[in-house]
Design a protein around this ligand. Structure first.
Ligand code: GAP
Length: 478
């Protein structure tokens, strides 16, 4: 039997009242301070809205991708994986409609020389000081709106004429459609079945911003589910529900998630129905993930343009072009939502602590291993042995630098759910203290049982603590 938890909650008090908000500034600052994410090319002055991920950012991104892959592929019989090229034959983008229509309306200001999205002028700031909305003063000289294609162009091979022009993919989805026939035959699949892939996509966004929320280079996780035409509506509803539940299972708070169905005029050219799963970011309710019923648009378009029939043909002669349901999201949008959802500040025993209450499966480091006295060879050697035992299966971190309280704070800030402390008692009876990030409860465990304890803990469902108080404000001005 496990020893009971010794709660230290009596010493805990939240700093903020219900009205205080998690701002994007707090998230950006934590990411920078702890090396999750920092501006890219900084020694050259940066490159607007481009970021590099440090150690903990890489670990957290890997965990988000791994959870998606586990749920979408590993735990299902009806799914196969794909990793298609980033640069495809440019005709793919003609067939898909991206060359003609993947654009946003662009407006230039001849006075401040900045460019704005015509449909987002309200949210934009012009270059004058103090900054105004574009067009707000008579000094602004705005051009008529023109369409600006968001695809990045590049050249394939040594020739630099028009024949070598190619594009960096703006979505991973098209790589899936053009492989439909290959995969269906080689993986011996029959609709309904899905093809899932993760990978970088590139969009020359006119107004990137809000940290990682809208960037020009991001990692998409997309799945195209091919179904008999008369089942499309059923699978559209099914995937919307599945994807919504996935966020709840990973601990995002229910009251910060909602589903918003697109109105007819808002939908992409290929879609007959689309819903966004929205999250209450500090900027307000915004798209986290999109779930679309793409009908037979893509397979029909590629059949027409390539001359290869992309259809299902059954042994009994039945044939049809499958319809497609697509859940699509970027790791960046999940990354930000999870940081905002998990961020909290409180006072514990009269000292401030910032804590990231991430789902343990998402947390970059699963457990910290802390010898209480760094100068004690015996403690260090037991801590190192525990680290060696755990690190084969889990990302753990050894830390012997500074006071134990400081070390706990460092781990709280990067979201480490558990810390194992090796102390004097360990040397007497081979037990360690385990401290929980969320409750601050502590208990003693036999050293030999730590590994199985950690594995059980990682398997347990996790829910955010309803008593936390920092809120996502949803105020566009924050
Ligand atoms: N294949 C469909 C497709 O790409 P989308 O709504 O344009 O649809 C899908 O993009 C998802 O990709 C969005 O829900 C969002 O999570 C993410 N996404 C799109 N543009 C992004 C950007 N500039 N930065 C970060 N994530 C982005």
């Amino acid at each position: 039997m496990r020893p009971s938890l010794t709660s230290r909650l009596g010493t805990l008090r939240h700093v903020a009242d219900d009205t205080e908000a998690v701002t994007m500034d707090k998230i950006v600052s934590l990411c920078r301070r702890r090396g999750f994410v920092f501006p890219s090319s900084e020694i050259y002055g940066g490159l607007g809205s481009t970021y590099d991920y440090g150690h903990y950012g890489v670990l957290m991104k890997n965990n988000i991708r791994a959870q998606w892959f586990r749920t979408m592929v590993q735990e299902r019989d009806d799914m196969v994986a794909l990793d298609s090229a980033v640069i495809l034959n440019p005709r793919v983008w003609e067939a898909s409609g991206h060359v003609a229509g993947f654009s946003d309306p662009l407006i230039d200001c001849k006075t401040c020389k900045l460019r704005f999205r015509a449909d987002r002028l309200e949210d934009s700031h012009c270059g004058q000081k103090p900054s105004k909305r574009p067009g707000e003063t008579s000094a602004c000289e705005l051009t008529e709106a023109r369409q600006f294609n968001l695809m990045f162009q590049t050249q394939v091979g040594a020739m630099e004429d028009g024949s070598s022009t190619a594009f960096l993919r703006p979505e991973t989805a098209q790589g899936i459609f053009i492989n439909f026939k290959n995969v269906m035959q080689l993986a011996r699949r029959k609709p309904p079945f899905g093809i899932a892939q993760t990978g970088k996509s590139f969009r020359n966004e006119i107004t990137p911003g809000n940290f990682l929320f809208r960037v020009r280079e991001f990692e998409q996780m997309e799945m195209e589910y091919f179904v008999p035409p008369d089942e499309a509506q059923h699978w559209y509803e099914y995937w919307l529900e599945q994807r919504f539940q996935w966020y709840l299972d990973l601990g995002l708070r229910r009251d910060r998630l909602r589903i918003r169905e697109h109105e007819a005029g808002e939908r992409s050219h290929y879609s007959s129905a689309t819903s966004d799963i929205e999250y209450l970011y500090p900027m307000g309710w915004l798209e986290l993930e999109g779930v679309a019923n793409r009908g037979d648009f893509d397979l029909t378009a590629h059949t027409t343009h390539s001359g290869t029939k992309l259809e299902w043909v059954g042994q009994d002669g039945e044939r049809y072009t499958p319809h497609v349901v697509e859940p699509a999201v970027s790791i960046e949008r999940i990354f930000v939502a999870m940081l905002v959802d998990g961020y909290d500040e409180e006072v514990v025993a009269d000292r401030d602590r910032t804590v990231l209450r991430l789902h343990p499966q998402i947390a970059p480091v699963k457990a910290a291993i802390l010898p209480l006295v760094a100068k004690s060879d015996e403690m260090v050697s037991k801590a190192r042995a525990l680290q060696d035992e755990l690190r084969h299966r889990h990302m753990v971190e050894y830390d012997d630098g500074g006071q134990i309280g400081r070390r706990y704070r460092r781990q709280d800030e990067i979201g480490t759910p558990w810390a194992f402390t090796i102390d004097e008692q360990t040397l007497e009876d081979d037990t360690v203290t385990v401290r929980e990030r969320d409750s601050l409860a502590q208990e003693r465990l036999p050293l030999s049982g730590v590994r199985s304890w950690l594995e059980d803990a990682l398997d347990r469902p996790w829910r955010p603590d309803p008593g936390r108080c920092l809120k996502s404000s949803g105020d566009p001005g924050v």
